[in-house]
Design a binder for this molecule. Structure first.
Ligand code: FAD
Length: 493
């Protein structure tokens, strides 16, 4: 039974006077889901379909979390996630994408671990505005692959983990012939910049032990042409979502979870699922009662959170080439950059500048206008005749108190059981969110699966605890969606 306590409806203050509706459903188990990103919404959807009483508390005035499709340009622009990593039927989101008739624009083929773009659709430019010959791009790409292959030997030789950057330095010491000079050096830095974008962290922070251990789904990477929001919208249907409800405290005692929001109102349920970002947990913005055990606190600090930001620019004319990605090479990976050409994928005259790691944090120190000016300076290096944008958008995922980072990544020396510890429930409190995903942390489909798993564990736990619930019709979302056999709509223009 879920009770809503607030200062106005004194009936609910001590939880002894459930409303008429609540009494009718008093046999139904209740769950509070905290966080309205894809993970929390997926969890709430599953439990709601299983006839549980569900309420979802979301701190922002919108749902979606790190999925944020902005429509102010008159077309969808994803300021958070934009790619489906793994365009294949095994992707847990594929049934939903098919059912909603959403199309994907594939930007890379299979087996692309680090890059969501094939090289043939990239144009790279030097700081002087000259385009880098494609031959150089491909040759340096091969050198980078060789360097990374050599880092495997470094990994085998060392018991302790180290950063990818440190391993690259060791390889270049051993193999001076792999060192690059001049423009080729700058192109190599651009490849490192792309690797840093994948992890949203600088190369000196990325773990050599684990960077290539991720189980990448097959089918390459595909942009969601209509944006990611339709998925959120479909899953959120009919869920009792309370926006502007920032959870400040979770009390988890005697088979009841009491969740208090920052204006003092409390909600009580049989269980709760917390899906707030790892950055929010790291910052201790939520008080737990009893305090989180030491092993949980350690797991929260042992996993990293990266940062990535986007500057989206809308133009009233197209002055750039018909390629998917335009990059600027520079003497350091920090100074390299790139623009995603949404025009090629969606037909809309939009370029998105993308920055990761420390540089993404530094960008957040600028005003929106200065950030857009910076992106324009970069663009004008490539295209001196570039016209001014008619609109711009700037993200701030690193300092936004509802995200405090973009997604999780493995720190150097990460203990092997960190994910198990992160997702382990505490009594009736279950943990979801991208960071606890079994195999695909840092992604939308990973966050979705983590939410589904938290919901299933919570459901099993409550059914065991509360006894038989024959009246409850249990519907598995996955079964429901597997019935759909329409193929994925994939294009590459
Ligand atoms: C710039 C960027 C680019 C990305 N690109 C991709 C991509 O191309 N492909 C991909 O697969 N993934 C990508 N990701 C990662 C992907 O967006 C996330 O892994 C996924 O959306 C996380 O979902 P979640 O539900 O775990 O967390 P979130 O979406 O962050 O949801 C958590 C929710 O909790 C809410 N919350 C926070 N604090 C509180 C509180 N105290 N009380 C109540 N609610 C609270 C937040 O407002 C938020 O809505 C990207 C992320 C970013 C930021």
């Amino acid at each position: 039974m879920m009770e809503f306590k607030d200062s106005i409806s004194s009936n609910f203050l001590d939880g002894n006077f459930p409303s008429r509706i609540e009494r009718q459903h008093s046999s139904l188990p209740s769950v509070i889901v905290i966080g309205g990103g894809i993970s929390g919404i997926a969890a709430a959807h599953i439990l709601q379909n299983a006839s549980f009483k569900v309420i979802l508390l979301e701190s922002r005035d919108r749902i979606g979390g790190r999925i944020h499709t902005d429509y102010s340009f008159g077309c969808p622009v994803d300021m958070g996630a934009s790619w489906l990593h793994g365009v294949c039927n095994e992707n847990p989101l594929a049934p939903l994408i098919r059912r909603l008739g959403l199309s994907l624009y594939r930007t890379s083929g299979d087996n692309s671990v680090l890059y969501d773009h094939d090289l043939e659709s990239c144009a790279l430019f030097g700081m002087d505005g000259h385009q880098v010959p494609q031959k150089t791009v491909i040759e340096v790409g091969d050198v980078f692959k060789t360097i990374l292959k050599e880092t495997e030997k470094v990994r085998d030789e060392h018991k302790d983990d180290m950063s990818v950057l440190q391993a690259i330095s060791i390889v270049l010491e051993r193999h001076p012939e792999l060192r690059q000079e001049g423009l080729a050096h700058e192109v190599l830095q651009w490849y490192i910049c792309r690797m840093e974008a994948w992890f949203a962290a600088d190369a000196d922070m990325i773990s050599l032990s684990t960077w290539d251990q991720e189980q990448v789904l097959s089918g390459g990477h595909g942009l969601m042409v209509q944006g990611y929001y339709p998925i959120i919208n479909a899953l959120a249907k009919d869920i009792d979502i309370r926006l502007n409800h920032r959870v400040a405290k979770i009390s988890n005692r005697s088979n009841k979870v009491t969740v208090t929001v920052d204006d003092g109102r409390s909600f009580v349920a049989d269980a709760a699922i917390i899906t707030v970002p790892l950055g929010v947990l790291k910052a201790n913005l939520i008080e737990f009662e009893p305090k989180l055990p030491e092993w949980k606190v350690t797991a929260i600090s042992d996993l990293g959170v990266g940062n990535e930001n986007k500057i989206a620019l809308r133009f009233d004319n197209i002055f750039w080439p018909n390629v998917e990605l335009m990059g600027i090479v520079a003497p350091t990976s920090y100074s390299c950059g790139y623009f995603l050409n949404l025009h090629k994928a969606t037909g809309h005259p939009v370029l998105v500048y993308m920055a990761a790691g420390r540089f993404a944090y530094d960008l957040e120190k600028l005003s929106d206008e200065s950030a857009a000016n910076f992106a324009m300076l970069q663009l004008k290096k490539m295209f001196p005749d570039a016209t001014e944008p008619v609109q711009y958008l700037v993200s701030r995922w690193g300092t936004d108190p509802d995200s405090l980072g973009c997604y999780s990544y493995d720190l150097v020396g990460k203990p092997s059981d960190v994910y198990d510890q992160l997702r382990a429930p505490l009594g009736s409190l279950f943990f979801g969110g991208e960071a606890v995903s079994m195999e695909h942390q840092g992604s939308v489909h990973g966050a979705y699966s983590a939410g589904v798993m938290a919901a299933e564990n919570c459901r099993r736990h409550l059914m065991e605890r509360l006894g038989s619930l024959e009246k409850i019709q249990l519907i598995s979302l996955r079964e429901e969606m597997l019935e759909v056999t329409v193929p994925l709509q994939i294009s590459r223009m």
